[in-house]
Ligand binder design. Structure first.
Ligand code: NAD
Ligand code: MG
Length: 397
């Protein structure tokens, strides 16, 4: 890799954003920060600007941007503060930027992540929702603009590491039988089904193996996260749904596997720490220090695997159904899930109502083929409306 790489971090105040800054801080000779972005957390973005002195800072919320601007004016920092979706897209596509970390959570990340792909950047994708929503359109944007798409999501990063060095266009012809996508099973893997209705947001966000943002933590507890990851793997690796098998692996030490025609299964192992996949993507095809301790396999001693129980995790089933239906279904699935998770976190609906709400929306949304980004945004908006109207009827807590 040549000289210093200029980086934009979309969602720098989040869990992925902060882990990225931790890795970057270990390699000042290799990476520099051009832009940092956040939704509304002025305090944290201000603190990050003071530390990193980026050329640009973007706050999606215009009021928050104004506050940040005023605060930075009182310092010696020359960071230019932009706002809104336009600001996000601008720093994702800037000529001076080499690498864009897509670390925004949810549909809000779609347009800026797409802007980075269209500008031919090296895109480090954590924001799986963007790919779930835009699928083929996103992959086409990557290929037609010479972007390099590298998966940060730990499972997809593991699969990428276990695939041939050049990703095959036709995985079957390259001897790839199956992707084995591992899942910890979240905090409720062994909880009695009868107790699911009483699960609180506080219990749902405390994941046994990973520290993550609130939304993905709830998604892990419902296993919606794994369903979104099946869809993500389908688009990233061009493997059909029946070539992707979800395997429960409670220790989260193997981050996923690839099964080959000759009987080999390749796996990637490591401590559950997102700095490993982030460092892998930053340096690829080289390797750099991530700050993560090497795995002590003697201490781990035991790795277990089991089949997922779809009756415990209806969200996983809904993901398969939406993916098979194709077109608008996966966009509606994602939008309904975002509305449902938000309502659950605000104690408005119960844990089991999350899947109910998504199922209602999928049952009602008009099934259509999707060929433009505008169509994606329209389906996203109407699914949110439908979900919101169902909310009042499902308010069970
Ligand atoms: P988080 O909630 O910790 O951070 C989200 C970031 O996005 C914050 O910087 C926030 O300011 C920004 N943001 C939120 N809403 C926004 C909006 N409307 N406009 C602009 N910016 C907005 O989330 P996270 O856990 O870091 O997850 C980020 C993404 O990475 C998600 O898509 C998640 O699925 C994926 N991911 C996360 C992890 C993890 O370990 N945290 C692992 C794999 C994948
Ligand atoms: Mg993951």
């Amino acid at each position: 890799m040549s000289s210093t790489q200029q980086i934009t971090i979309l969602g720098s105040t989040g869990s992925i954003g902060q882990n990225t800054l931790d890795v970057v801080s270990r390699h000042p000779d290799k990476y520099a920060i051009t832009a940092l972005t956040a939704n509304s957390d002025v305090d944290r973005l201000e603190q990050q600007c003071l530390q990193w002195q980026p050329g640009y800072a973007v706050m999606a919320e215009p009021d928050a941007a104004q506050q940040l601007r005023e605060r930075l004016l009182k310092t010696s920092i020359n960071t230019e503060v932009l706002s809104g979706n336009e600001g996000l897209q601008q720093v994702a596509a800037m000529t001076s930027v080499d690498v864009v970390i897509a670390g925004i959570v949810g549909a809000a990340g779609l347009l800026p992540t797409l802007a980075a792909a269209q500008a031919g950047k090296r895109v480090l994708l954590a924001n799986k929702e963007a790919l779930v929503m835009s699928g083929q359109l996103f992959m086409d944007a990557v290929h037609s603009n010479g972007a390099v798409l590298l998966p940060v999501d730990s499972e997809h990063n593991a699969i990428f590491q276990c695939m041939p060095a050049k990703l095959p266009d036709d995985p079957k012809a390259a001897g790839i039988n199956k992707i084995l996508l591992t899942a910890s099973g979240g905090p409720f893997r062994a909880l009695a089904l009868g107790k699911f209705a009483d699960i609180t947001p506080e219990q749902a966000v405390s994941h046994p193996n990973w520290v993550m943002g609130q939304k993905i933590s709830v998604d892990s507890a419902t296993m919606m996260n794994k369903g979104l990851e099946v869809i993500e793997a389908h688009w990233l690796f061009n493997v059909p749904l029946d070539g992707i098998e979800v395997v429960i692996h409670p220790q989260s030490i193997i981050h996923s596997m690839v099964s080959y025609a000759d009987g080999s299964i390749l796996a990637q192992l490591g401590n559950p720490d997102m700095r490993t996949p982030i460092a892998h993507c930053l340096a690829w095809p080289d390797r750099i220090d991530s700050g993560v301790e090497p795995l002590d396999i003697i201490e781990v001693a035991k790795l277990e695997f089991e089949k997922p129980d779809l009756s415990r995790f209806p969200c996983l089933r809904l993901c398969y159904e939406a993916m098979r239906a194709g077109g608008s279904a996966t966009i509606a699935l994602n939008a309904a899930n975002e509305v449902a998770v938000d309502a659950f976190l605000q104690h408005k609906i119960s844990f089991i109502a999350i899947a109910d709400l998504i199922e209602k929306v999928l049952g009602e949304i008009k099934q259509q083929q999707i060929s433009t980004i505008d169509e994606i945004l329209e389906v996203d908006a109407s699914a949110r409306e439908l979900a919101t109207s169902w909310l009042s009827r499902l308010q069970t807590v």
